[in-house]
Design a protein around this ligand. Structure first.
Ligand code: TRP
Length: 459
């Protein structure tokens, strides 16, 4: 164990910080959209199954690797499989941290800018649908605005991470996570008491199995990994700051539960709101949040207040996630290269910022970046390509390699051993070992093959 390494202050601190990582744009913006596109209730049920059978298992595996070695994702493999190629999995994670953060921060930047747009009363009654459209276009297509807000968001992220584990990440998660939960519950209540709330609710809760296909399964699994922050060593890193005697299985259970709860609540807040506006279909993607909801806020009493609250909530959720993305490269530089934390945070943040400029400019500002690749009916810009490469492919591959490493190289025995350090003696560890050895690799290989053979499933 390296000397002087930071630790979480308590078990609750780990759960809050790890939930903070998991809960983000993925839950509040992506989950409702993907659910709507894939048949509502049926998708939600498939998603729940994947969280329990695969997500929870990989999360336990990642946390265990981190806590066992008390090191970053690269250090884990250097210690448990010295001088082998496995270390590449760690570097893949570090690269994915930069890759995901670079575009995540662009979308989070729009969110942040909408806090101010909304608070200024822009969406108060009387604004036309066209003007709402124009405001969104102005936000994403103006090079200066997009880069400015992306920069501010990276700056906030670097600021928290520079503070370290206890003084930075833990302190902020403890304030921000409960705040987020309260804001979301308020929004759910407001949304459910809207005039036509029952129409949206029915869409969300009733299962339309006819819409479930191979791509639905892929969407559900991809969403589960992204939402639970798995596949790139975030949970390895957060687990490495955990104390020896803590119960990993129970903590992972709480994180999965709260992440799923927030996603489901976000759906409850958004679906009724969506269908209370006649003629709007939820297939609208990014617009769902930045165009449809402002339209709603402009029509309800206290819309400015609720709107500001909503975008604040989304920014907060995004911040506790982005710090966990940055923490992976930072932990690498601090542990393996002995860099001071400040320098590691600033340099890593700078890399993500520069890389993110291309994403920030890919939504209308620079033509060459807006339409790089055509898959099926969709034209992908730079931001979409980054999401595809790092947010989906690299995570799935990473999760597969981590499961294979634990199940077959490090050994399911070692996993069970490490889990038995805790109070309840690792009750589920037999089941977990079996899943990680057989079920996870098989499902993930099948999925990757399917993706390679049907690239259209992405679209
Ligand atoms: N889980 C976060 C979300 O839902 C995003 C995120 C943070 C993430 N850290 C991650 C995704 C690590 C994948 C891997 O928005």
């Amino acid at each position: 164990m390296s000397i002087g390494r930071d630790n979480w202050g308590s078990r609750l601190a780990f759960i809050l910080a790890a939930s903070g990582s998991a809960i983000g744009l993925g839950n509040i913006w992506r989950f409702p959209t993907v659910a709507a596109r894939n048949g509502g209730g049926a998708f939600v049920q498939v998603y729940l199954l994947f969280v329990i059978l695969l997500g929870f298992i990989v999360m336990v595996g990642e946390i265990t690797l981190g806590r066992r070695t008390q090191r970053n994702p690269v250090g884990v493999f250097r210690e448990l499989a010295p001088r082998s190629l496995w270390v590449a999995v760690g570097f893949l994670g570090v690269a994915a941290g930069w890759g995901i953060l670079s575009y995540y921060s662009v979308v989070a930047g729009w969110t942040l800018s909408y806090v101010f747009t909304t608070a200024g009363g822009t969406f108060s009654s009387g604004i036309s649908a066209e003007n709402i459209d124009l405001i969104f276009l102005g936000t994403i297509a103006s090079p200066a605005r997009a880069i400015f807000w992306h920069f501010i968001f990276i700056l906030l992220t670097v600021g928290v991470v520079m503070g370290g584990v206890k003084q930075g990440i833990e302190r902020w998660s403890k304030i921000l996570m409960p705040m987020l939960f309260i804001l979301l519950v308020l929004l759910v209540v407001r949304s459910m008491t809207l005039e036509n709330a029952s129409i949206g609710l029915k869409k969300y809760l009733s299962a339309d199995w006819s819409k479930v296909t191979g791509s639905t399964l892929i969407a559900a699994l991809g969403q589960a990994f992204f939402s639970l922050s798995l596949g790139m060593g975030t949970m390895i890193t957060y687990g490495s700051y955990m104390h020896r005697n803590e119960n990993i299985v129970r903590s992972a259970g709480w994180v999965c539960f709260s992440d799923t709860l927030i996603a489901v609540l976000a759906g409850l807040a958004i679906f009724p709101a969506l269908y209370s506006m006649p003629g709007v279909e939820p297939e609208v993607g990014a617009k769902l949040i930045f165009i449809v909801l402002p339209g709603l806020f402009s029509k309800i009493p206290f819309g400015t207040l609720f709107g500001t609250g909503f975008f604040l909530l989304l920014s907060v959720a995004a911040l506790t996630s982005s710090i966990s993305l940055l923490e992976v490269p930072v932990a690498y530089f601090v542990d393996e290269r002995r860099w001071p934390r400040r320098r590691a945070a600033v340099v890593s943040g700078l890399i993500a910022f520069v890389l993110g400029i291309f994403s920030a400019l890919s939504l209308g500002a620079v033509d060459g970046l807006s339409g790089i690749l055509k898959i099926g009916p969709r034209t992908l810009g730079f931001l979409d390509l980054m999401d595809l490469t790092f947010g989906q492919f690299s995570l799935t591959l990473g999760a597969l390699l981590i499961a294979l490493f634990i199940g077959w190289k490090w050994g399911a025995r070692a996993l069970v051993d490490e889990l038995s350090h805790q109070e309840s003696g690792g009750r589920l560890s037999g089941f977990i070992a079996f899943q990680i050895r057989y079920v996870c690799p098989l499902v993930l290989i099948a999925l990757l093959l399917y993706l390679i053979l049907n690239p259209n499933a992405f679209a």
